[in-house]
Design a protein around this ligand. Structure first.
Ligand code: AMP
Length: 465
């Protein structure tokens, strides 16, 4: 199957060729024809399958007739609205629309929280045909009457499952109520819950169903490796692993912002080159960290689920679950960052005793067994990092049987945050940040942390799922 067999316009085929795509991905083969025919589509496609192009290309074709070089804002009403869960995904979808629509005079803009609203207002006032938005910030624009939907005939709900997870349902309902009833609606979701199905029934009319991989499945091109580690020394275990395998460009997931900060600090201190991205960091900081990582200037990006949502990093070879997610569907989302567009990737998880239940939930969801591999202990004298850690611990918190703290131990850092041992935190229900309209992660109940030196050797083997 060729792109030209899908009935796409020459301007779009030209962009596709410029992108170097030789053939459409399965989701593109299945979704593009019904969308071109004007049908509603409900697609179960996870990130990395080429789903963005599967709705962007036919959307651009359907809007082609409205392309106008006029400078009058009235000639550029919003004709298509794409809702995404996060700012990063909104920015990426906007970039894709620009790439694929390069040879069509259609205007696109994105609006999302966490950045000043004024430039967005100016773009909306100037007139745009395609608007990519996160729900919260879009409603701010609705409130200030900078956006109108009278000419909107195309709606895409991208990563719908994640939007619901993040509590955007009331916002989405409000937005849909503002749109003309006569419209084409597409719903993309990596996972299908009963709730998504029920909502799709309300919002879509006789949709074509597109399913490219079994529901709630993971990309076949990703190898899963699960290491059993002592939770107290996960950070040291990760450092050893990264060094032993000389892993470059690694996206590491933590469940909490503080956990991500601590880990990035430790990796950076160990000379591995790392930065953290999460919702407490400014958009500029997040973009800068992401750019450094994409360009290969920084080896490790430590992220929380929210911040990493929708990240598209070309050829990302490794994803590491430093913490296993509380919500098993996040495992699918996380590892979807690697093994994209048919390339190979590896998903590594570090599993402590307390992660076993979460691992079982992941296995149940993806319907595959993920065998545990041991990370054997190394001789203590070889682990400089762990020895340093032992010096920083407080004897009072030391569990029975743990080694005594050296008598001459001194605190290493002026910042107590970084001297505390890592303590896994459970992810509580997500709340929305009132300023940015993005979800916040509250520190949950802390699990008991114990502090003694951790010594691990690099992995000897790995297991495929
Ligand atoms: P997505 O699933 O939309 O996040 O896309 C994942 C990656 O696949 C992006 O980097 C796209 O540029 C790339 N991609 C999309 N369609 C194709 C294609 N037909 N051939 C090769 N790469 C593609």
């Amino acid at each position: 199957m060729q792109f030209s067999d899908l009935g796409l316009a020459p301007e779009l085929l030209q962009s596709i060729t410029e992108q170097g795509y030789t053939e459409p991905t399965p989701v593109q083969v299945k979704a593009i024809p019904p969308i071109l025919l004007g049908r509603d589509v409900m697609a179960a496609a996870q990130t990395g399958t080429g789903k963005t192009a599967s709705f962007t290309l036919p959307m651009l074709q359907r809007l082609k007739g409205y392309a106008s070089t006029s400078v009058s804002p009235a000639r550029h009403p919003v004709r298509a609205l794409i809702l995404t869960p996060t700012r990063e995904l909104a920015a990426q979808v906007e970039a894709s629309v620009k790439t694929y629509g390069k040879h069509l005079p259609l205007r696109v803009a994105s609006v999302y929280g966490g950045v000043p609203i004024e430039p967005q207002t100016a773009a909306l006032r100037a007139g745009i045909e395609i608007l990519v938005a996160t729900p919260g910030r879009l409603l701010d624009h609705v409130q200030s009457k900078t956006v109108m939907f009278h000419a909107t005939s195309f709606l895409v709900l991208d990563e719908a499952d994640r939007m619901l997870d993040m509590g955007f349902l009331p916002d989405i309902k409000r937005i849909i109520a503002l749109l003309p009833a006569a419209r084409q609606t597409l719903l993309f979701s990596a996972t299908y819950s009963e709730e998504i199905r029920a909502l799709a029934k309300q919002w879509l009319r006789e949709p074509a169903q597109v399913e490219v991989s079994p529901r709630n499945s993971v990309t076949e091109t990703v190898t899963h490796t699960v290491f059993k580690v002592d939770s107290r020394f996960k950070r040291d275990a990760l450092v050893n692993l990264l060094r032993a395998r000389d892993m470059k460009q690694v996206l590491v997931f933590c469940n909490t912002k503080i956990g991500a900060n601590r880990l990035a600090y430790k990796l950076e201190k160990d000379g591995l080159g790392a930065a953290a991205i999460h919702s407490d960091r400014t958009q500029a900081e997040r973009m800068q960290a992401l750019a450094g990582f994409k360009e290969g200037n920084m080896r490790i990006l430590v992220a929380t689920d929210i911040a990493a949502r929708g990240l598209d990093i070309d050829h990302l070879p490794f994803v590491v679950n430093f913490d296993l997610p509380s919500n098993p569907e996040d495992y699918i989302h996380r590892i979807g960052r690697t093994g994209r567009a048919g390339l190979k990737g590896e998903a590594i998880s570090l599993i402590g005793e307390e992660d076993r239940e979460k691992l079982a939930s992941v296995e149940k969801l993806i319907k595959a067994k993920l065998p545990l591999t041991d990370l054997p202990s190394a001789p203590r004298s070889r682990d400089r990092t762990a020895t340093t850690r032992a010096r920083s611990v407080d004897t009072k918190e030391r569990p029975a049987g743990a080694r005594a703290r050296p008598a001459d131990a001194k605190a290493r850092s002026a910042d107590p945050l970084f001297d505390q041992p890592y303590q896994a935190q459970q992810q509580p229900a997500r709340k929305m940040d009132a300023d940015t309209k993005t979800p916040m992660t509250n520190p949950g109940k802390q699990q008991k942390g114990r502090q003694i030196a951790a010594l691990f050797l690099p992995p000897a083997t790995k297991h495929d799922a």
